[in-house]
Design a protein around this ligand. Structure first.
Ligand code: NAD
Length: 256
């Protein structure tokens, strides 16, 4: 990566005076050992059928199999995963007052674990359960233990309906408050930094476009091309964990 790229992004963050938003996707967590979906080593590239098993229809038609798949594919990886240098760099930029929020499509909680405070999770979180009938929510841990003993999807202690991991499955709406807060940020930010997202999952992928329409500067840090590359001021074709710490380092060591 060139030092010019680091400097351009760093200066844009300064010029934004705190009105900068990071929009992250699965790519920021690949180096924490969690595969993304669409890279050559991604979940869907290796197993195209996985997409169907991540749908609400699949959960409702076979909650036991859906839980099995969820635990193997997500829970067992995410419970062990640790933030990488990219997550820590974003937390540092927030602490320095240079990033207002992280809007993430990820469910892995790694931004929180790295110390980011203002995190908007558009697709839920891997470590809780929710009941679609009565809205009961709780930590997932004891339900995972229960599933491991019985192989039956756990039931809601309040209403008896099958409990679902608190992630947004395909075919489910995104949480209203989070979505609305994310669009408010996209409309008012001066810089949007897209990190590790193929920008094909809607409606989340509309956020960078919204920011652009409102005059924000767009920067993309992604290993493969995205449909918004031509609209971005700069595309950084580097690993997030290599590029972002350089930006944070530059900003903390410079007098600008
Ligand atoms: P995606 O798989 O569609 O795209 C990931 C992008 O990140 C790819 O374009 C890839 O080239 C890039 N990438 C991979 N490693 C990178 C790195 N180290 N540095 C920079 N770029 C890198 O992911 P998406 O756009 O987030 O959409 C997938 C959906 O799947 C999201 O809705 C998300 O909720 C979910 N998901 C989440 C996780 C997680 O929580 N960690 C993991 C897999 C999928």
């Amino acid at each position: 990566m060139s030092s010019r790229e680091v400097e351009v992004v760093a200066r844009a963050l300064i010029d934004a005076k705190g009105k900068a938003v990071a929009f992250t996707g699965a790519g920021i967590s690949t180096e924490s050992g969690i595969p993304d979906f669409r890279s050559p080593q991604g979940v869907w590239t290796k197993d195209p059928g996985a997409q169907e098993r991540l749908s609400l229809d699949y959960f409702l038609s076979d909650p036991d199999e859906s839980w099995q798949d969820y635990i193997e594919r997500f829970y067992s990886l995410m419970i062990k995963a640790r933030p990488n240098l990219a997550h820590y760099a974003l937390a540092k930029l927030e602490a320095m007052g240079l990033i207002e929020a992280v809007v993430t499509q990820n469910i892995d909680r790694l931004h929180h674990k790295a110390g980011s405070k203002n995190v908007i999770e558009l697709h839920g979180r891997y470590d809780e359960v929710q009941c679609l009938r009565c809205n009961f929510r709780e930590d997932i841990e004891k339900y995972v233990s229960e599933f491991r003993k019985t192989s039956n999807a756990p039931r809601c202690p309040k209403c008896g309906f099958a409990l679902k991991p608190a992630i947004v499955y395909f075919g489910e709406p995104l949480p209203e408050k989070e979505l609305s807060n994310a669009f408010t940020l996209a409309r008012s930010c001066k810089v949007m930094l897209v990190i590790g997202s193929s920008l094909v999952v809607y409606p989340a992928a509309l956020l960078p476009e919204t920011a652009l329409q409102r005059g924000a500067r767009l920067f993309i840090v992604n290993l493969s091309p995205t449909r918004l590359d031509r609209e971005a001021e700069l595309v950084i074709r580097e690993k997030a964990s290599e590029f972002l710490p350089k930006v944070a380092e530059y900003l903390s060591s410079s007098q600008i």
